[in-house]
Design a protein around this ligand. Structure first.
Ligand SMILES: *Cc1c(COP(=O)(O)O)cnc(C)c1O
Length: 373
């Protein structure tokens, strides 16, 4: 490998164990949203999360949308979420007629700050949406206690954290509902895809209805509720079944990559790497890092210097309170979340894909040392 070879930030690993399954879809003609792989994928993935039910949907964003809708909250209900996240979370809340309320995140786990959640609870608060960030779980122990005390629902966004744990309990199966994405860069991928897992049979039933145009069982084409077509296909589910069978290997690889980077970069005062709290299992979806204050440039400059030597990176999220489209809706206009702003300005993630080699990790680490040296 030469110094100019390009190292992509991720490449999905699709094992050849998928081929007989996809081939079965093609030869049998079961290519749309019915077929045995859908139910098999739902069962297997729900089991991975320690949940009873899985409802497969078209992507992680629609998973969040049907999950919030399934709560059937009165219009104007408030849902608390971290400012530091993807816009999918805010969209799901707004589209259900609810009001997103932000809290900042923690500087080390990058997950929502539970102390701030308590401070934002009002008589209109009905739910909290923790986001398990970059593979690290939010502190669900404290959040569950808070939710119990105030009678709040919990919808977990576990899109980046397949298999992450809080004191041995898998994320997604802890709250009322847990939402996952199977986009190409996620730990289990179906290309595009998503799932909501739950231990509540009533929610599972509603989720199934909402993903399928809310057809009624008693009289097809009679509707008493608005649903959507958010179905996953059997072809995608075939990929999912093959991937979920290898999820532990994928997680081991992610943890191996993170450990290698830590070994090579962990001593640098210029960099803050992601943590793993003693109560948590971080699955290190991607290896994020944040420039310390003593570095005289920001993540955008860091990224362009890495790109110049053939190393691909991605920036961190931009805060929900920093989104013009949400300001236009009258949301978050004068709000400030300093930890989020700092992560957005100084954070990025480096190559962490399933096909990454030790030699590539060495080259990325050497380049980082040189740039920050
Ligand atoms: C990827 C992701 C989503 C959205 O998933 P899509 O499948 O891309 O719609 C939601 N939340 C988080 C935290 C994500 O990383």
């Amino acid at each position: 490998m030469s110094d100019t070879d390009f190292i992509p930030v991720f490449e999905p690993l699709i094992g050849d164990n998928v081929l007989p399954l996809v081939s079965e879809c093609v030869t049998s003609g079961w290519v749309s949203s019915e077929g045995r792989f859908i139910t098999e994928f739902e069962k297997k993935f729900a089991a991975v999360c320690g949940a009873e039910h899985g409802v497969a949907v078209s992507n992680g964003t629609t998973a969040l949308q049907v999950a919030v809708s399934a709560l059937r909250l009165p219009a104007g209900s408030e849902i608390i979420l971290p400012s530091y996240t993807i816009i999918s979370c805010a969209i799901a809340i707004i589209e259900a007629g609810c009001k997103p309320v932000l809290v900042d995140c923690e500087p080390d786990t990058w997950c929502l700050d539970i102390d701030q959640v308590e401070a934002k609870i009002t008589p209109l608060t009905r739910a909290v949406m923790p986001v398990h960030m970059f593979g690290h779980p939010a502190d669900m122990r404290r959040l569950e206690a808070l939710a119990r005390k105030h009678g709040l629902h919990i919808i977990e966004d576990a899109a980046e954290s397949h298999g992450a744990e809080v004191e041995g309990r898998r994320v997604g199966g802890i709250g009322d509902m847990g939402c996952f994405s199977f986009y190409a860069n996620k730990i289990v991928t179906t290309g595009e895809g998503g799932m909501v897992v739950t231990n509540n049979a009533e929610f599972a039933e509603r989720l199934r209805s909402l993903r399928n145009l809310a057809f009624r069982r008693d009289r097809r084409f009679l509707h008493t509720e608005i649903g959507h077509n958010y179905r996953l296909t059997n072809l995608q589910a075939a990929l999912g079944v093959a991937q979920v069978d290898r999820i532990e290997q994928h997680i081991e690889k992610k943890r191996w990559i993170a450990a290698k980077y830590r070994k090579r970069l962990g001593d640098m005062p210029q960099l803050i790497l992601h943590v793993e709290k003693p109560w948590a299992r971080n699955v290190y979806w991607m290896c994020g890092m944040v420039l310390a204050d003593n570095v005289p440039f920001n993540a955008a400059e860091f990224a362009s210097r890495l790109r110049a030597v053939g190393i691909d990176t991605r920036p961190f999220f931009l805060g929900m309170h920093q989104q013009p489209v949400l300001h236009d809706m009258g949301l978050f206009k004068d709000e400030r979340y300093p930890v989020t702003e700092r992560l957005a300005e100084r954070g990025l993630y480096v190559p962490s894909g399933m096909k990454l080699t030790e030699a590539q990790i060495d080259r990325v680490s050497d380049a980082i040392r040189k740039i920050l040296g």
